[in-house]
Design a protein around this ligand. Structure first.
Ligand code: NAP
Length: 334
Protein backbone atom coordinates (compact mmCIF):
# COMPACT_ATOMS: atom_id res chain seq x y z
CA UNK A 1 0.00 0.00 0.00
CA UNK A 2 1.37 3.40 -0.86
CA UNK A 3 2.16 6.02 1.76
CA UNK A 4 -0.34 8.81 2.38
CA UNK A 5 1.00 12.33 2.86
CA UNK A 6 -0.99 15.14 4.47
CA UNK A 7 -0.29 18.58 2.94
CA UNK A 8 -1.64 21.70 4.67
CA UNK A 9 -2.43 24.75 2.52
CA UNK A 10 -2.98 22.51 -0.51
CA UNK A 11 -4.02 25.43 -2.74
CA UNK A 12 -0.59 27.10 -2.44
CA UNK A 13 2.01 27.61 -5.16
CA UNK A 14 4.59 25.38 -3.42
CA UNK A 15 1.99 22.92 -2.10
CA UNK A 16 0.47 22.25 -5.52
CA UNK A 17 3.84 21.48 -7.10
CA UNK A 18 4.59 19.24 -4.12
CA UNK A 19 1.24 17.46 -4.45
CA UNK A 20 1.78 16.96 -8.21
CA UNK A 21 5.24 15.51 -7.52
CA UNK A 22 4.00 13.26 -4.71
CA UNK A 23 1.23 11.87 -6.91
CA UNK A 24 3.65 11.31 -9.79
CA UNK A 25 5.80 9.30 -7.37
CA UNK A 26 2.87 7.08 -6.34
CA UNK A 27 1.97 8.68 -3.01
CA UNK A 28 -1.61 9.35 -1.94
CA UNK A 29 -2.25 12.89 -0.77
CA UNK A 30 -4.73 14.41 1.67
CA UNK A 31 -4.68 18.20 1.37
CA UNK A 32 -6.20 20.70 3.77
CA UNK A 33 -8.08 23.64 2.27
CA UNK A 34 -10.21 26.46 3.64
CA UNK A 35 -13.38 25.66 1.66
CA UNK A 36 -15.11 22.85 -0.22
CA UNK A 37 -14.96 24.85 -3.44
CA UNK A 38 -11.15 24.98 -3.21
CA UNK A 39 -11.00 21.27 -2.40
CA UNK A 40 -13.24 20.28 -5.30
CA UNK A 41 -11.15 22.37 -7.69
CA UNK A 42 -7.97 20.61 -6.51
CA UNK A 43 -9.61 17.21 -6.86
CA UNK A 44 -10.39 18.05 -10.47
CA UNK A 45 -6.81 19.17 -11.08
CA UNK A 46 -4.94 16.42 -9.24
CA UNK A 47 -7.17 13.37 -9.78
CA UNK A 48 -8.17 10.36 -7.71
CA UNK A 49 -5.00 10.09 -5.60
CA UNK A 50 -5.89 13.46 -4.06
CA UNK A 51 -8.44 13.87 -1.28
CA UNK A 52 -9.14 16.94 0.81
CA UNK A 53 -10.20 17.97 4.27
CA UNK A 54 -11.62 21.37 5.14
CA UNK A 55 -9.72 23.18 7.89
CA UNK A 56 -11.13 26.71 7.82
CA UNK A 57 -9.08 28.28 10.65
CA UNK A 58 -5.44 27.32 11.11
CA UNK A 59 -4.89 29.11 14.39
CA UNK A 60 -7.46 27.19 16.44
CA UNK A 61 -6.28 24.60 18.92
CA UNK A 62 -7.18 21.14 17.56
CA UNK A 63 -7.78 22.54 14.05
CA UNK A 64 -6.39 19.38 12.42
CA UNK A 65 -7.85 16.83 14.87
CA UNK A 66 -10.88 15.85 12.80
CA UNK A 67 -8.97 15.80 9.51
CA UNK A 68 -6.34 13.50 11.01
CA UNK A 69 -8.90 11.24 12.68
CA UNK A 70 -10.54 10.85 9.25
CA UNK A 71 -7.23 9.65 7.81
CA UNK A 72 -5.47 7.16 10.05
CA UNK A 73 -3.49 6.10 6.95
CA UNK A 74 -1.46 9.36 6.99
CA UNK A 75 2.16 8.79 8.04
CA UNK A 76 3.81 11.98 6.72
CA UNK A 77 2.66 15.53 7.48
CA UNK A 78 3.85 18.53 5.42
CA UNK A 79 2.89 21.90 6.93
CA UNK A 80 3.11 24.51 4.18
CA UNK A 81 0.05 26.67 5.02
CA UNK A 82 0.94 30.15 6.21
CA UNK A 83 -0.02 33.69 5.25
CA UNK A 84 2.45 34.49 2.45
CA UNK A 85 1.72 38.19 2.22
CA UNK A 86 3.26 41.56 3.04
CA UNK A 87 -0.09 43.33 3.44
CA UNK A 88 -2.57 43.09 6.29
CA UNK A 89 -4.83 45.37 8.27
CA UNK A 90 -4.11 43.53 11.49
CA UNK A 91 -0.61 42.05 11.50
CA UNK A 92 -1.13 39.88 14.56
CA UNK A 93 -4.50 38.49 13.56
CA UNK A 94 -3.81 37.95 9.86
CA UNK A 95 -0.12 37.00 9.77
CA UNK A 96 1.60 36.32 13.10
CA UNK A 97 -1.13 34.32 14.78
CA UNK A 98 -2.03 31.90 11.92
CA UNK A 99 1.65 31.27 11.19
CA UNK A 100 2.92 30.76 14.74
CA UNK A 101 -0.10 29.23 16.46
CA UNK A 102 -1.07 27.43 13.26
CA UNK A 103 2.29 25.64 13.36
CA UNK A 104 2.13 24.89 17.10
CA UNK A 105 -1.40 23.52 16.84
CA UNK A 106 -0.60 21.43 13.77
CA UNK A 107 2.28 19.83 15.70
CA UNK A 108 0.02 19.32 18.72
CA UNK A 109 -2.74 17.70 16.64
CA UNK A 110 -0.35 15.30 14.93
CA UNK A 111 1.23 14.36 18.25
CA UNK A 112 -2.12 13.82 19.93
CA UNK A 113 -4.32 12.35 17.20
CA UNK A 114 -1.93 10.72 14.73
CA UNK A 115 0.75 8.73 16.59
CA UNK A 116 1.37 6.75 13.37
CA UNK A 117 2.91 9.87 11.73
CA UNK A 118 6.67 9.42 11.57
CA UNK A 119 7.79 12.53 9.68
CA UNK A 120 6.70 16.18 10.05
CA UNK A 121 8.06 18.69 7.53
CA UNK A 122 7.60 22.40 8.16
CA UNK A 123 7.99 24.92 5.32
CA UNK A 124 9.95 27.78 6.86
CA UNK A 125 11.95 30.36 4.89
CA UNK A 126 15.38 31.87 4.41
CA UNK A 127 13.98 34.88 6.30
CA UNK A 128 14.04 32.77 9.48
CA UNK A 129 17.82 32.56 9.06
CA UNK A 130 18.79 36.17 8.39
CA UNK A 131 17.53 39.75 8.18
CA UNK A 132 17.14 41.55 4.83
CA UNK A 133 20.20 43.64 5.75
CA UNK A 134 22.28 40.51 6.31
CA UNK A 135 21.07 38.99 3.04
CA UNK A 136 22.29 42.11 1.27
CA UNK A 137 25.73 41.96 2.91
CA UNK A 138 28.46 39.99 1.06
CA UNK A 139 30.36 39.48 4.30
CA UNK A 140 27.41 37.72 5.98
CA UNK A 141 28.22 34.06 6.52
CA UNK A 142 24.95 32.70 7.86
CA UNK A 143 22.67 30.01 6.56
CA UNK A 144 21.86 26.58 7.93
CA UNK A 145 22.94 27.49 11.47
CA UNK A 146 21.85 31.13 11.75
CA UNK A 147 18.66 32.80 12.99
CA UNK A 148 17.04 36.10 12.24
CA UNK A 149 16.97 38.13 15.46
CA UNK A 150 13.52 39.60 14.67
CA UNK A 151 11.06 39.70 17.58
CA UNK A 152 7.28 39.40 17.89
CA UNK A 153 7.10 43.06 18.93
CA UNK A 154 8.93 44.13 15.74
CA UNK A 155 6.61 41.88 13.76
CA UNK A 156 3.61 43.85 14.97
CA UNK A 157 4.92 47.13 13.54
CA UNK A 158 4.32 46.50 9.83
CA UNK A 159 3.16 43.70 7.55
CA UNK A 160 6.56 42.96 6.00
CA UNK A 161 8.09 42.59 9.47
CA UNK A 162 5.04 40.54 10.46
CA UNK A 163 5.81 38.04 7.69
CA UNK A 164 9.52 37.92 8.60
CA UNK A 165 8.73 37.42 12.29
CA UNK A 166 5.97 34.92 11.54
CA UNK A 167 8.34 32.59 9.71
CA UNK A 168 11.14 32.95 12.26
CA UNK A 169 8.97 32.47 15.33
CA UNK A 170 6.90 29.64 13.82
CA UNK A 171 10.09 27.73 12.99
CA UNK A 172 11.50 28.36 16.47
CA UNK A 173 8.23 27.12 17.95
CA UNK A 174 8.46 23.94 15.88
CA UNK A 175 11.98 23.11 17.12
CA UNK A 176 10.95 23.97 20.68
CA UNK A 177 7.97 21.64 20.37
CA UNK A 178 10.07 18.62 19.40
CA UNK A 179 12.64 19.43 22.06
CA UNK A 180 10.15 19.65 24.90
CA UNK A 181 7.38 17.23 23.84
CA UNK A 182 9.57 14.53 22.28
CA UNK A 183 6.89 13.39 19.81
CA UNK A 184 7.14 10.08 17.95
CA UNK A 185 7.73 11.90 14.65
CA UNK A 186 10.92 13.61 13.59
CA UNK A 187 10.94 17.20 12.35
CA UNK A 188 12.63 18.47 9.19
CA UNK A 189 12.46 22.10 8.13
CA UNK A 190 12.67 23.32 4.53
CA UNK A 191 13.92 26.90 4.18
CA UNK A 192 13.28 28.16 0.63
CA UNK A 193 14.64 31.45 -0.69
CA UNK A 194 12.59 33.45 -3.25
CA UNK A 195 10.57 30.84 -5.16
CA UNK A 196 9.84 31.33 -8.89
CA UNK A 197 8.68 29.01 -11.65
CA UNK A 198 5.50 27.65 -13.20
CA UNK A 199 2.26 26.78 -11.45
CA UNK A 200 1.72 23.02 -11.18
CA UNK A 201 -1.39 23.30 -13.36
CA UNK A 202 -2.03 25.71 -16.22
CA UNK A 203 -5.53 26.30 -14.82
CA UNK A 204 -3.92 28.03 -11.82
CA UNK A 205 -1.66 30.28 -13.88
CA UNK A 206 -4.26 32.85 -14.97
CA UNK A 207 -5.02 35.93 -12.88
CA UNK A 208 -3.09 36.97 -9.80
CA UNK A 209 -0.23 34.75 -8.63
CA UNK A 210 1.39 34.40 -5.23
CA UNK A 211 3.84 37.04 -4.06
CA UNK A 212 7.05 35.61 -5.51
CA UNK A 213 5.73 34.11 -8.77
CA UNK A 214 4.42 37.65 -9.35
CA UNK A 215 8.02 38.95 -9.52
CA UNK A 216 8.53 37.14 -12.84
CA UNK A 217 4.94 37.78 -13.99
CA UNK A 218 5.23 41.53 -13.35
CA UNK A 219 8.55 41.71 -15.23
CA UNK A 220 6.78 40.09 -18.17
CA UNK A 221 4.08 42.79 -18.03
CA UNK A 222 6.58 45.70 -18.23
CA UNK A 223 6.17 48.19 -21.07
CA UNK A 224 8.95 49.71 -23.16
CA UNK A 225 9.33 52.89 -21.09
CA UNK A 226 8.81 51.38 -17.65
CA UNK A 227 11.49 51.56 -14.99
CA UNK A 228 13.13 48.21 -14.22
CA UNK A 229 12.17 47.12 -10.67
CA UNK A 230 15.07 46.86 -8.22
CA UNK A 231 14.27 43.39 -6.89
CA UNK A 232 17.32 41.22 -6.16
CA UNK A 233 17.98 38.24 -3.95
CA UNK A 234 18.39 34.48 -3.76
CA UNK A 235 16.35 32.25 -6.07
CA UNK A 236 15.10 28.67 -6.31
CA UNK A 237 12.61 27.05 -8.69
CA UNK A 238 9.31 25.84 -7.20
CA UNK A 239 9.78 22.35 -8.67
CA UNK A 240 13.02 22.04 -6.69
CA UNK A 241 11.25 23.23 -3.54
CA UNK A 242 8.72 20.45 -4.12
CA UNK A 243 11.57 17.93 -4.49
CA UNK A 244 13.13 19.25 -1.29
CA UNK A 245 9.89 18.55 0.60
CA UNK A 246 10.01 14.96 -0.64
CA UNK A 247 13.69 14.53 0.28
CA UNK A 248 12.85 16.02 3.69
CA UNK A 249 10.72 13.01 4.64
CA UNK A 250 12.17 10.28 2.40
CA UNK A 251 15.77 10.51 3.61
CA UNK A 252 16.78 9.44 7.10
CA UNK A 253 19.66 11.93 7.09
CA UNK A 254 17.11 14.76 6.79
CA UNK A 255 15.71 14.12 10.27
CA UNK A 256 16.31 17.09 12.54
CA UNK A 257 17.79 19.22 9.72
CA UNK A 258 17.11 22.70 8.33
CA UNK A 259 17.39 22.46 4.53
CA UNK A 260 18.05 25.66 2.59
CA UNK A 261 16.75 25.39 -0.97
CA UNK A 262 18.75 27.93 -2.92
CA UNK A 263 20.16 27.80 -6.46
CA UNK A 264 21.51 31.16 -7.62
CA UNK A 265 21.11 34.91 -7.22
CA UNK A 266 18.58 36.90 -9.22
CA UNK A 267 17.70 40.48 -10.04
CA UNK A 268 14.87 42.00 -12.06
CA UNK A 269 17.43 42.90 -14.74
CA UNK A 270 18.59 39.27 -14.94
CA UNK A 271 14.99 38.09 -15.28
CA UNK A 272 14.40 40.68 -18.00
CA UNK A 273 17.57 39.63 -19.86
CA UNK A 274 16.39 35.99 -19.81
CA UNK A 275 12.97 36.90 -21.17
CA UNK A 276 14.45 39.11 -23.92
CA UNK A 277 16.93 36.41 -24.93
CA UNK A 278 14.43 33.54 -25.05
CA UNK A 279 11.35 35.33 -26.37
CA UNK A 280 12.46 37.57 -29.27
CA UNK A 281 8.82 38.25 -30.13
CA UNK A 282 8.47 40.18 -26.84
CA UNK A 283 11.54 42.40 -27.29
CA UNK A 284 9.66 45.25 -28.97
CA UNK A 285 7.24 45.56 -26.07
CA UNK A 286 9.66 45.11 -23.16
CA UNK A 287 12.17 47.65 -21.81
CA UNK A 288 15.90 46.90 -22.13
CA UNK A 289 17.18 48.41 -18.90
CA UNK A 290 20.93 47.96 -18.52
CA UNK A 291 21.54 44.36 -19.65
CA UNK A 292 25.16 44.42 -18.52
CA UNK A 293 24.16 45.52 -15.02
CA UNK A 294 23.94 42.07 -13.45
CA UNK A 295 26.62 42.09 -10.77
CA UNK A 296 25.12 40.50 -7.67
CA UNK A 297 28.31 40.13 -5.64
CA UNK A 298 26.79 42.51 -3.07
CA UNK A 299 24.40 39.80 -1.89
CA UNK A 300 25.21 37.35 0.90
CA UNK A 301 26.81 34.01 0.05
CA UNK A 302 24.64 31.56 1.92
CA UNK A 303 26.13 28.64 3.84
CA UNK A 304 24.22 25.75 2.29
CA UNK A 305 26.81 23.03 1.62
CA UNK A 306 25.08 20.54 3.94
CA UNK A 307 21.70 21.24 2.34
CA UNK A 308 23.00 20.80 -1.22
CA UNK A 309 24.55 17.48 -0.27
CA UNK A 310 21.38 16.31 1.43
CA UNK A 311 19.17 17.36 -1.49
CA UNK A 312 21.49 15.56 -3.88
CA UNK A 313 19.82 16.60 -7.14
CA UNK A 314 20.76 19.09 -9.82
CA UNK A 315 18.71 22.26 -9.37
CA UNK A 316 17.02 24.19 -12.14
CA UNK A 317 18.67 27.41 -13.23
CA UNK A 318 17.06 30.84 -13.08
CA UNK A 319 16.90 30.71 -16.87
CA UNK A 320 15.02 27.40 -16.90
CA UNK A 321 12.64 28.67 -14.23
CA UNK A 322 11.87 32.00 -15.90
CA UNK A 323 11.45 30.41 -19.35
CA UNK A 324 9.05 27.77 -17.94
CA UNK A 325 6.95 30.40 -16.14
CA UNK A 326 6.84 32.74 -19.14
CA UNK A 327 5.92 29.91 -21.53
CA UNK A 328 3.08 28.93 -19.23
CA UNK A 329 1.88 32.52 -18.93
CA UNK A 330 1.92 33.02 -22.71
CA UNK A 331 0.08 29.73 -23.19
CA UNK A 332 -2.58 30.51 -20.59
CA UNK A 333 -3.08 34.19 -21.36
CA UNK A 334 -2.97 33.80 -25.17
P1 NAP B 1 0.79 30.72 -1.37
O1 NAP B 1 0.67 30.28 -2.76
O2 NAP B 1 0.27 32.06 -0.99
O3 NAP B 1 0.13 29.61 -0.43
C1 NAP B 1 -0.15 29.84 0.91
C2 NAP B 1 -1.04 28.72 1.40
O4 NAP B 1 -1.33 28.91 2.79
C3 NAP B 1 -2.40 28.68 0.69
O5 NAP B 1 -2.84 27.35 0.61
C4 NAP B 1 -3.31 29.46 1.62
O6 NAP B 1 -4.67 29.08 1.55
C5 NAP B 1 -2.74 29.03 2.96
N1 NAP B 1 -3.02 30.05 3.99
C6 NAP B 1 -2.55 31.31 4.03
N2 NAP B 1 -3.04 31.93 5.13
C7 NAP B 1 -3.82 31.04 5.77
C8 NAP B 1 -4.61 31.09 6.95
N3 NAP B 1 -4.70 32.19 7.69
N4 NAP B 1 -5.31 30.00 7.30
C9 NAP B 1 -5.26 28.87 6.53
N5 NAP B 1 -4.51 28.76 5.40
C10 NAP B 1 -3.81 29.84 5.03
O7 NAP B 1 2.31 30.74 -0.88
P2 NAP B 1 3.54 29.78 -1.18
O8 NAP B 1 4.57 30.61 -1.82
O9 NAP B 1 3.15 28.53 -1.81
O10 NAP B 1 4.01 29.53 0.31
C11 NAP B 1 3.87 28.28 0.96
C12 NAP B 1 4.78 28.26 2.17
O11 NAP B 1 6.11 28.46 1.75
C13 NAP B 1 4.48 29.36 3.20
O12 NAP B 1 4.68 28.81 4.47
C14 NAP B 1 5.54 30.41 2.90
O13 NAP B 1 5.85 31.18 4.02
C15 NAP B 1 6.70 29.52 2.51
N6 NAP B 1 7.73 30.18 1.67
C16 NAP B 1 7.41 30.68 0.45
C17 NAP B 1 8.41 31.29 -0.31
C18 NAP B 1 8.15 31.86 -1.67
O14 NAP B 1 9.05 32.49 -2.20
N7 NAP B 1 7.01 31.66 -2.27
C19 NAP B 1 9.72 31.39 0.19
C20 NAP B 1 9.99 30.86 1.45
C21 NAP B 1 9.00 30.26 2.18
P3 NAP B 1 -5.73 29.90 0.62
O15 NAP B 1 -5.49 29.49 -0.79
O16 NAP B 1 -7.04 29.44 1.14
O17 NAP B 1 -5.48 31.35 0.85
Amino acid sequence: MSTTVFVTGATGFIAQQTIALLISKGYNVVGSVRSAAKGENLKKLHGPKFQYEIVPVLEERGAFDVALKNHPEVTVFLHTASPATFTAEDNEKEILNPAINGTKYALESVNKVAPQVKRFVYTSSLVAMATFEQLGDPSFEGGEDSWSPITYEEGKTNSLFAYLASKTLAEKAAWEFVKTKKPSFSLTVVNPVYVFGPQAKDEEAAGSLNLTAEIVASTLRLKKDDEIPQEAGHFVDVRDVARAHVVAFEKDEAKGQRIIVYTEKFSSQRILNIIRKNFPELRERLPIGKPENVDLSGLANLQNVKSRKLLGFEQRSLEDSVVSAVKQSLRVNA
